[in-house]
Design a protein around this ligand. Structure first.
Ligand code: NAD
Length: 442
């Protein structure tokens, strides 16, 4: 089994490190963030991800998983170093990517290295980055480094499952390092997981193309929801009708407030940056971002036109999707910010995992509540902004008992609409003509 150092203990680095350790490799996860490493050393997982804590505990107990802030300690005992640090957008106009964290890692690896090593780039990086890292390490390091692009496709909320059962593994290399890659992924090879080998640039582009296509699917179904509302079609049946076609597939066909998170927005922007650089037409891809930005505007405007700013708004769900504590680029946070900007003063919020992170970015006037019914107390409008399972169970009668005015706007299409209508609620749900009503009729 291999000895691995993982750089970065975020959603990708920590999940990868824990899962590779579970596959009997010896892993050290390294992060610059001292607080994170201190927490991890005491068994506390700093992110919300189902199944991660148990797996982590098991591998720590079996002494296959360690945590450190010092790269040199583990690097020189490792066969593989994985780079899994963030690659955020540096300029939203151009879509350029901030590669500072990646560059820091490369310099640190070069400085500390005292043996040949395979450098696996798990972070999502612009096309050509791995080739540049290879050149840089050839220049700076005293030992041989083989750079391989290995983009990660896990989804937050189901990250452990996705890592263990990936649809495919993508390996971009110059042909070297195959033996170590085969050892690293031996458990996947045994299970028959599809492994796609390509050059490094193609592997990097596969990641951006996948995320952009998924984002495009979300944008498409949202636009279909708009059409459905105008003509009185049923978006649920429409999704089923198109998604049943195997060429299309039924995933990512639920209308909502648009895509968010730490990947789709930044990765579509990064692809746009590439389009500008290589001067291809890219009209389809350009529309994806515009359509998504317009969605937040449309939803915020609709809410603001239908409530008085002095009324209380309850927001259920702050994270960009269910199953995570990640609020990066969350549609819910964006709508809340727009409402506050427009003068809404009383916002009460509840989220099963995202409140701690939301507190760091939202106005201090937002009140965080202990449960969903408490958040709705005295509210004139309830906004369902994230598709958490618990919100699907929200009880119309119980809600009626705590709200001031009975208005509910379900951005995710998850509540039992009929029971809310029976209890005299005004129900607004994206894409369902029969439930479209003014949110707060005066
Ligand atoms: P994250 O922001 O959650 O974590 C990054 C971590 O790297 C942080 O803990 C930070 O302290 C650490 N770090 C930064 N510089 C470092 C250094 N020099 N040495 C050690 N640690 C350092 O990031 P993430 O969400 O895990 O994403 C990482 C990469 O994976 C990104 O490129 C992202 O696009 C890609 N990705 C993310 C997801 C996802 O769902 N989050 C899925 C697939 C791919």
């Amino acid at each position: 089994m291999l000895r691995i150092t993982v750089l970065g203990t975020g959603y990708v680095g920590l999940v990868s490190g824990v899962c590779f350790a579970d596959m009997e490799h010896h892993v050290t996860c390294v992060d610059k963030d001292i607080e994170k490493i201190t927490a991890l050393k005491t068994g506390v997982v700093p992110i919300y991800e189902e199944g991660l804590e148990g797996l982590m505990k098991k591998s720590v107990e079996q002494e296959r998983l360690k945590f450190s802030t010092i790269l040199s300690e583990s690097l020189n005992k490792s066969d593989v170093v994985m780079i899994a640090v963030g690659t955020p957008t540096s300029d939203t106009n151009s879509g350029s990517v901030n590669l500072n964290y990646i560059n820091e890692c490369v310099v640190e690896i070069a400085e500390c290295l005292s043996r040949n090593i395979l450098v696996l780039v798990k972070s999502t990086v612009p096309v050509g980055t791995c080739d540049k890292i290879q050149e840089q390490l050839n220049r700076l390091a005293k030992f041989e480094c083989t750079v391989v692009s290995n983009p990660e496709f896990l989804r937050e909320g189901t990250a452990v499952y996705d890592f263990i059962k990936p649809d495919r593994i993508v390996i971009g290399s110059d042909g070297r390092g195959k033996e170590i890659i085969d050892q690293l992924y031996s458990k996947f090879i045994e299970k028959g997981t599809k492994i796609i080998f390509s050059d490094r640039k193609t592997a990097e582009l596969i990641k951006y193309a996948s995320n952009t296509l998924l984002a495009m699917k979300i944008g498409f179904i949202n636009e279909m929801a708009d059409i459905s509302e105008k003509i009185g079609a049923d978006i649920e049946k429409l999704s089923e009708g198109i998604g049943s076609d195997k060429r299309i597939g039924n995933r990512f066909l639920t209308p909502g407030p648009g895509f968010g998170g730490s990947c789709f927005p930044k990765d579509v922007l990064a692809l746009l940056n590439l389009i500008d650089e290589v001067k291809t037409d890219g009209q389809l891809i350009k529309a994806v971002i515009r359509s998504n930005v317009n969605r937040i505007e449309k939803i915020s405007k609709e809410i603001l036109e239908s409530i008085q700013t002095k009324e209380t708004v309850a927001v259920l769900g702050l994270t960009y999707k269910a199953g995570t504590d990640d609020i990066r680029d969350s549609p819910s946070i964006k709508v809340i910010k727009r409402l506050i900007e427009a003068g809404v003063r009383k916002i009460r919020a509840y989220d099963p995992a995202g409140m701690k992170n939301a507190e760091k970015v939202l106005d201090s006037t937002v009140e965080y509540c202990t449960d969903m019914y408490e958040a709705c107390r005295g509210a004139s409008l309830v906004l369902i902004a994230t598709e958490w399972e618990i919100f699907k169970t929200i009880d119309a009668l119980k809600l009626k008992g705590v709200m001031k005015n009975l208005n509910i706007y379900d951005l995710r299409g998850i509540i039992d609409k009929e029971s809310f209508l029976k209890n005299n609620f005004n129900v607004r749900s994206i894409g369902y003509k029969q439930y479209v009503s003014q949110i707060c009729p005066s």
